[in-house]
Structure formats: C-alpha cells, structure tokens
Design a protein around this ligand. Structure first.
Ligand SMILES: Cc1cc2nc3c(=O)[nH]c(=O)nc-3n(C[C@H](O)[C@H](O)[C@H](O)COP(=O)(O)OP(=O)(O)OC[C@H]3O[C@@H](n4cnc5c(N)ncnc54)[C@H](O)[C@@H]3O)c2cc1C
Length: 456
C-alpha cells in the first residue's frame, strides 16, 4: 500500500480528518489530494479594476485549495444542531456538539484565541422575534473573521505539512475498490490505500455523484435554497449583531406557507462574488480587524425549494435561475428595495443616489425578471417582517443582490459511521450532502478519523 489513508479534498473536513489522524496515530502514512492550490497561492484574479468579472480559472481560488470553500469565508463556526447540517442524525446530538466544541478548541489553539464566542442563550431577542412571528434559532457562534480564519488555516498547514503528504493541483479522477483497500487515480498516477475519505465539498459535487454511480453507492436528491443578499447600514441590525453576531431567523410566509430564513450575516462586512462551476452568484464576509470593516451589514434571505419525483435536479433548477441573472446582469445584479416594490429596475443613477453605498460592484437591474414570483414574494414578506424587529430593513435604499443560491449536494448513502457500502470508503463534509457548514464539516472529519484509528 502507498498510504494507510488517502483523504480527497483539503477543505475543513479533510483538514480536520488529517489533524485527528496525526494526533491519534502519528505512525500512519496519510496523503491529502487537493485539486486547488496551497493557501498562499490562492488568489482570485478579480481586482475590481482591470478584471471585474470571473474569467473561469482552471480551479476557482475562492472554492478550491487548502482550506476549501471556507478559506476566505467569514469563519463563522456555528456550534449547533439546529442548522449547518444533519450530522447529528448519524452520530447523535451529543457527539456532534462535542466534536464541534473540540474543533473550536483547535481553532483557538491555532490562532483564534482572541476571537469572541457569541450565544443566543438567554437573549431578549428570542421574545422580540416571537412577538413578531419570527423564530430565532439557537446557537453559539465563534466568529474568527476572514483574516483570523486565514491565520488559523496557515498555522494548521504548518503543523501538518511534515506529517502528511500533500498533493496540490491534483484533481483525483476516480476511486475504485482494490485488494484490501482502494485505488485512487490522479492523472497518470494510481495510488493504493487501506482507507479512503472523500471530502470534496460543494465544488466536488458532480465528481462525487460520478464516484457513487461507478461504485453502486446510492444517492438521494436534495434541496436548493434561492434568494438574495440584503445589504443595509450596519446601524439597522447593530442591536442584534452586537449581541449575537449572527442571528438565524426563520419566518413562515402568510401567502404560501414557505419558510424564509436569514443566512450568513456579516456585520460591517462586504458582499462578494462566488463562482460555482462557472456561474456567478453572491455571498458575503466580514473581517475581525476593525480597520477592514465597512459601514454596512449584509445577510442572505433564502427560500428552500424541495422537489419530489420525477424531478431530481434541484441544483440544476438553482443553476438555471443563477444563469438567467448572469445573462441579464453579466454577473451579479443589484436592486434597491424601493425600486423592486415600485416595479422599476434600478439604474446606475438610482444606485449612485442611494444612501446605502454598495460594497460590491454589481449591475443595477430588476430582480423580478429573474426570481420566481413565489420566491420573490416570500423575500418581500420577510423584509417587512424583519422591519418590525430591525426598523429600517424595508427602507427604499436597502440593497438586494441576486441571486444567492445555496446548492446542496446529493445525500450519499452512508451508515452511522459515515462509511459507504464499500467498507473503508468514507464520505464526509459538504460533499456527503450531510453537512453544510464549517463546524459540521470539520466535526465529520474528526469523527471519521477516530473511526479509522479504531479500525485500522
Ligand atoms: C464565500 C463563502 C463563505 C462561507 N462562509 C461560511 C461561514 O461563515 N460559516 C460556515 O459555517 N460556512 C461557510 N461557508 C460554507 C463552508 O465554507 C463549507 O460548508 C465548508 O467549507 C465545507 O467544508 P468541506 O471540507 O466539506 O468542503 P470544501 O471546503 O468545499 O472543500 C472541499 C475541497 O475538495 C477539493 N476537491 C473537490 N473535488 C476534488 C477532487 N476530485 N480531487 C481533489 N480535490 C477535490 C476542492 O478543491 C476543495 O478544496 C462559506 C462558503 C463560501 C463559499
């Protein structure tokens, strides 16, 4: 065997699996294959001046490379079973929370020691939300911030690089069962291992589906979340963000009974582009360093769409809508809430005159030409509901960027040890469809590493 364990993907799932294996069994030969670049070589060419739009790099530096999709994220580690994935359904609620706390301790030891842990426990906002038919989900959130998150990843790499064999710019083509283990093919080379952990995240979703098909592993159709990113003056939400940092608030619309939720709140942050398989959507992040903060807060408002048979391609549905917005706007589109309500497109002049200054250069346009009516109606209803607990949310100058899409991977059939029908082949993190967050993906990595240590 070339290696005892091969991990595919160096996102949080893969990194924490490698870390735990090194901790528990330093004698094991461990390799990590990563399609993208090492952390210091990850640069998105969009500089806002010479290059303003995605040029379709071979591997998107935002989504791929050491640190995975989380490398330039806001670094919000939510310690909760209420959202961020369904890991607890496999390994139990108590174990899932314990692993998320374990990951938090590691992050603190590797550079996050001065960051703050926010919590919804005992907050007065729970009552305020319920009084307005809004529902605040429970969580503790460690906010590393984009800058500290980068430092933590750098320190983890320094710690791991001499103990683990890293292959960067190495997209794994296939995984097949072989004698007492697996054969992992990468370009011209094939490597053998006793255990294999696939942690390929969102960007590896199509690859994961192919591997499952080839190896007779079942997958289940999942959901897609569609919506917009809201940007408004930080003061509007400061009473919530100062205490909770991020508030996950859910609302059931009166018109259709759909669930709309806030997602990924970035106080004093910036709105950014995200590229998934060549489709440009919107996201947001914020820095811990006050010098890099902005005047605005941003968050997503998302509506979940679940499809039933015969339609299985929920991601394809989300992609088509994102493509439509790219077609009309050449990328991400922005519209003032007042313009949307009056049924008029936002023009460059209207955006320039807006009191809320956009943090992302996006094309002024009309989101009602892009988003399905049902989804747009839900978002508008939620904005008015939020206006009751954070007055100013429904101001004319609140900016809406579209579209924000949260793609979910197909859920891969694994047992309670996150192992597929092929003994020794594990699927973890967002690539499994089970986790959708930094904390859950990382926790799944630790969990599987411990299982491997016990069985190898
Ligand atoms: C802009 C942004 C902000 C975010 N902010 C937050 C946040 O604040 N809090 C939060 O909880 N979550 C956040 N997320 C989501 C979070 O980043 C993911 O949930 C998390 O990174 C999932 O970890 P993972 O290890 O499962 O997958 P990923 O981080 O996606 O890593 C998978 C890795 O596998 C590699 N890979 C894929 N296929 C192959 C292959 N065939 N061969 C070799 N390598 C392969 C990829 O290049 C990638 O590096 C954010 C995401 C983005 C894009």
């Amino acid at each position: 065997m070339d290696f005892d364990v091969i991990i595919i993907g160096a996102g949080p799932g893969g990194i924490f699996a490698a870390y735990e294996l090194v901790q528990k069994r330093p004698e094991l030969r461990i390799a990590v294959f990563e399609a993208g670049q090492p952390l210091e070589k990850r640069h998105c060419p969009i500089d806002g001046e010479k290059i303003t739009a995605c040029i379709g790099c071979k591997h998107c530096s935002i989504m791929s490379g050491f640190g995975g999709a989380g490398a330039f994220s806001d670094g919000k580690y939510n310690i909760t079973n209420d959202f961020g994935g369904t890991l607890h359904e496999y390994i139990g609620k108590r174990e899932a929370l314990a692993l998320m706390r374990y990951v938090d301790d590691i992050n603190l030891r590797f550079g996050g020691e001065n960051t703050r842990l926010y919590s919804t426990a005992g907050t007065k906002f729970k009552k305020l939300c319920i009084q307005n038919d809004l529902h605040l989900l429970e969580a503790s959130v460690r906010h590393l911030g984009t800058d500290v998150n980068y430092v933590v990843l750098g320190n983890l790499f320094t710690y791991l690089k001499d103990k683990v064999t890293f292959f960067f710019d190495s997209h794994v083509d296939s995984v097949k069962a072989a004698d007492e283990g697996f054969e992992v093919v990468c370009g011209q080379n094939a490597y053998s291992c006793r255990r294999c952990v696939a942690s390929v995240g969102r960007s590896g979703s199509k690859w994961m589906e192919a591997v499952c098909r080839e190896n007779g592993i079942e997958t289940r159709s999942n959901r897609v979340d569609l919506g917009v990113r809201v940007e408004l003056p930080a003061e509007v939400f400061s009473h919530l963000t100062d205490e909770l940092y991020e508030s996950k608030i859910v609302y059931r619309t009166q018109k259709y009974g759909d669930m709309v939720r806030t997602f990924c709140m970035n106080p004093r942050g910036a709105v950014v582009n995200e590229n998934t398989n060549g489709i440009v959507t919107v996201n947001g992040h914020s820095y811990e360093d006050p010098a890099r903060q902005t005047e605005n807060t941003n968050f997503a408002l998302l509506v979940s769409k679940h499809f039933s048979e015969p339609f299985r391609d929920s991601n394809g549905y989300g992609e088509s809508i994102a493509r439509l917005s790219n077609m009309l706007g050449g990328g991400v589109m922005v519209q003032r809430f007042g313009d949307l309500i009056r049924g008029q497109r936002s023009t460059p002049r209207r955006i320039e005159e807006s009191f809320t200054v956009p943090t992302l250069k996006a094309t002024p346009g009309d989101l009602s030409l892009v988003l399905p009516k049902r989804i747009l109606d839900g978002i508008i209803e939620m904005i008015y509901a939020l206006d009751k607990i954070a007055p100013g949310t429904a101001n004319d100058d609140t900016l809406l960027y579209g579209v924000e899409v949260k793609f979910y991977n197909m859920e891969v059939a694994v047992n309670e040890r996150l192992e597929t029908r092929l003994p020794g082949l594990y699927v973890i993190g967002d690539g499994s469809g089970i986790t959708h967050s930094l904390s859950h993906a990382s926790a799944s990595g630790v969990f599987v590493a411990r299982d491997i240590c016990a069985s190898i």
